[in-house]
Design a protein around this ligand. Structure first.
Ligand code: PEP
Ligand code: MN
Length: 348
């Protein structure tokens, strides 16, 4: 249920509404607008009528939220969620570019990639150190050593780092290094992990599961929101269909559908969505044209030698070309690529 406060509501009236929500066994979540405030009341308790809230002082309207994802829905929060990540703001007019290798393989590989993508215009550096591989015999990632290299790359380039977390047992270690936690497709419904991330106040990049519906993706985001962490970026990364010509099928529909259903920012990963470097540029362009707030793209200095996902990784020159094309599409959409953070005398 959402309770919209009157324009001239007082702090005491808002407190009265929050208390009443608690009395009914529900949890209040307040969103402050420019002139009013919206209070979402979330929980299992079933209230037969809306009247107990309608009659409270300072209340304008009371509505039920029809969607099962209460906090993520646009009904509860009509404005886009806009929030800062170290160096940029996501969810507004700026388009965010996150780029880097599938896996961190060595110090020189991540430093070389970081400088190359930064030069081309990337806002954030991605790189996996705990890899969810289909085979237990395939490269599983460098672990903490990889985090050290990523931290050095951040130090040198100023880009925040986006790293996949596979289990809550990795949380304490990763909190020391990571700016944005990526939840991979295979972990989209790892509810214990989602709850643990909901307790942090770090930005979460939540990827859609291989066969997950849009509603299931939003319900997973709800686990994080319910813990009080509102900094979530949703990521479409292709879904499994009967088509075998590409690794996955880009659900381009998901972008405008998600933008309609939720206030959370939405990005696309054209690398995993296509599985082929030849198709990454056209799908990246399509994503921005469809209204995505950003892209996360795999880039490797020598894709033929990559230990994971080489086939879908762009060479740095190709990534630079992608940035140019995406910039042109962004302008048509009345948007721009987020500016790159500049160092100050004190460093980044
Ligand atoms: C990745 O980003 O390298 C990755 C494993 O992605 P996904 O979870 O989308 O497969
Ligand atoms: Mn990958």
């Amino acid at each position: 249920m959402i309770i919209v406060m009157k324009r001239n509501y007082t702090p005491q009236q808002l407190e009265g509404v929050v208390d009443a929500i608690r009395v009914h066994g529900l949890t209040p979540h307040v969103t402050y607008g420019v002139e009013t405030a919206i209070v979402a009341a979330v929980g299992e308790f079933h209230i037969p009528a809306l009247d107990p809230f309608e009659i409270l002082d300072g209340v304008e309207t009371v509505k039920r939220i029809s969607q099962p994802y209460k906090l993520g829905s646009r009904q509860a929060h009509p404005e886009n969620s806009v929030f800062p990540v170290d160096g940029f703001t996501i969810g507004g007019d700026d388009i965010i570019l996150m780029a880097g290798p599938c896996s961190v393989e060595s110090r020189s590989q991540i430093l070389e990639t970081a400088h190359a993508v930064r030069e081309a215009g990337a806002n954030a550096l991605r790189g996996g150190v705990f890899k969810p591989r289909t085979s237990p015999y395939a490269f599983q990632g460098l672990g903490e050593e990889g985090l050290e290299y990523l931290a050095e790359a951040r130090e040198q380039t100023g880009m925040p780092i986006v790293v996949e977390i596979m289990s809550q047992t990795q949380l304490d270690l990763m909190l020391k290094y990571v700016d944005v936690f990526q939840v991979g497709a295979r972990n989209m419904q790892n509810f214990n992990l989602l709850r643990a991330l909901g307790e942090t106040r770090k930005t979460i990049l939540l990827k859609r599961g291989l066969s997950a519906t849009i509603e299931e993706l939003l319900m997973s985001a709800e686990y994080i929101l319910a813990g009080g962490n509102k900094q979530i970026i949703l990521c479409e990364r292709g879904i499994r269909t009967f088509e075998t010509a590409t690794r996955n099928t880009t659900d381009i529909n998901a972008i405008p559908v998600l933008k309609n259903l939720t206030h959370l920012p939405v990005v696309l990963d054209p690398s995993h969505a296509t599985g082929d470097a030849n198709y990454v540029l056209p799908i990246a362009r399509a994503a921005i044209a469809a209204g995505a707030d950003g892209l996360i793209v795999e880039v490797h200095p020598d894709p033929s030698k990559a230990v994971s996902d080489g086939k879908q990784s762009l060479k740095p020159e190709k990534f630079a070309e992608m940035v140019k094309q995406v910039k042109a599409i962004a302008e048509v959409m009345g948007r721009q690529i987020a500016p790159i953070k500049k160092p100050t005398a004190a460093g980044w």
